[in-house]
Design a protein around this ligand. Structure first.
Ligand code: FMN
Length: 334
């Protein structure tokens, strides 16, 4: 029995599972595999050094799947920010219909993309930010609970509260992000009012994710307690895999007398983090992962994973329905 939610209908996908944007992971290999499996794969624009490289990557992805896929555009504070309007222009020119936006002051980019009729999934970690995004005309909110990998925001609200708050107050369809790895999670998200789920860390740990096998094995071995929150002092909190460098970053952050970001900067270097995915040394630099690492026990193909999630969600929803009994019946099987 196929899923029929606002997300599957609007995006033209079969299973309401989105692969969220991931820096240095969201290449065509992964995005196309997720889309071929019936979910929505997403390329990460800023993994490409220039907008023209993004154009090539979009074209490469098209040769790998005939199904819809999207592009993530993440707007982060930077001294010299990337040319976001140019990335957005390439997305539009290449005919991409679905864009995941995230980060600060997304107004101008969302306006540019909406003028071209793109469907926007905007990711946020608080209801206040979600409400601002609704005013910008986004089509879906992607509600990222405190469990999530990467930028968790500063309000520390987990999905059990955040998703119900979204249902109660947004009036725009939303998907649940952060902490999802299986069909039981998808069924729970649908029960709380979401139209589907978004997953990052779980998709890192698939055959097609273009990162070193040893990093996937490190995720399988990890527990839900093996993440670390860094950069809280600068209100830019990020959830990272707990390794020696992340622990050192937290120590410096806590003990620094000056509170100068420069002191912690060498520990949170994005360049070293990128190397981790290439050289397989989990302690070489910091890298992003969510608490959901505790729920990940294997390295399936995207097809196996998405189909398994579909099956588990259907079984879970059917099992839940079977808990209802006719009034007046004892509920005992004859
Ligand atoms: N989200 C973004 O919006 N932009 C990014 O560049 C980005 N990079 C990520 C890199 C990695 C390695 C991971 C694991 C996540 C990243 N995320 C990024 C967050 C994911 O898109 C998604 O919101 C998050 O992983 C959801 O939580 P989960 O890991 O528990 O599924």
């Amino acid at each position: 029995m196929p899923f029929n939610t606002a997300l599957t209908r609007k995006l033209g996908i079969k299973i309401p599972v989105v692969q969220g944007g991931m820096q240095w992971v969201g290449y065509a290999e992964l995005a196309s595999a997720v889309s071929n499996a019936g979910g929505l794969g997403i390329l990460t624009a800023l993994t490409q050094p220039t907008p023209e490289d993004l154009r090539k990557e979009i074209r490469r992805c098209r040769t790998m799947t005939a199904n819809p896929f999207g592009v993530n555009l993440t707007l982060l504070p930077a001294l010299s920010p990337p040319d976001y309007p140019a990335y957005a222009r390439v997305i539009i020119e290449e005919g991409i219909r679905i864009v995941e936006t995230a980060g600060n002051s997304p107004g101008p980019v969302i306006k540019q993309l909406k003028l071209a009729d793109c469907i926007i999934l905007h990711k946020c970690t608080s209801i206040r930010h979600a409400q601002s995004a609704v005013k910008l005309g986004v089509d879906f909110l992607s509600i990222d609970g405190f469990e999530c990998a990467g930028h968790v925001g500063e309000s520390d609200i987990t999905n059990f509260i955040l998703l119900s708050r979204a249902r109660q107050s947004l009036g725009v369809p939303f998907i649940a992000s952060g902490g999802f790895a299986d069909g039981q999670g998808l069924a729970a998200a649908l029960s709380l009012g979401a139209e589907g789920i978004n997953m990052g860390t779980r998709f890192m740990c698939t055959v097609e994710a273009p990162i070193h096998q040893k990093i996937k094995e490190a995720i399988v071995e990890a527990q839900e307690t093996d993440t670390e929150l860094v950069l809280r002092r600068w209100r830019n909190t990020s959830r990272l895999f707990k390794n020696k460098v992340a622990e050192e970053a937290v120590r410096v952050e806590r003990e620094s007398q000056t509170g100068k970001f420069e002191e912690v900067a060498p520990f949170v270097s994005g360049k070293r983090g990128r190397q981790v995915f290439l050289n397989g040394d989990k302690d070489f630099g910091v890298w992003t992962a969510g608490q959901v690492i505790g729920l990940i026990h294997d390295i399936p193909t995207c097809d196996e994973l998405v189909k398994r999630i579909e099956r588990e969600a259907i079984e879970t929803l059917q099992k839940a329905l079977s808990l209802l009994v006719e009034e007046g019946s004892s509920g005992e099987k004859p």
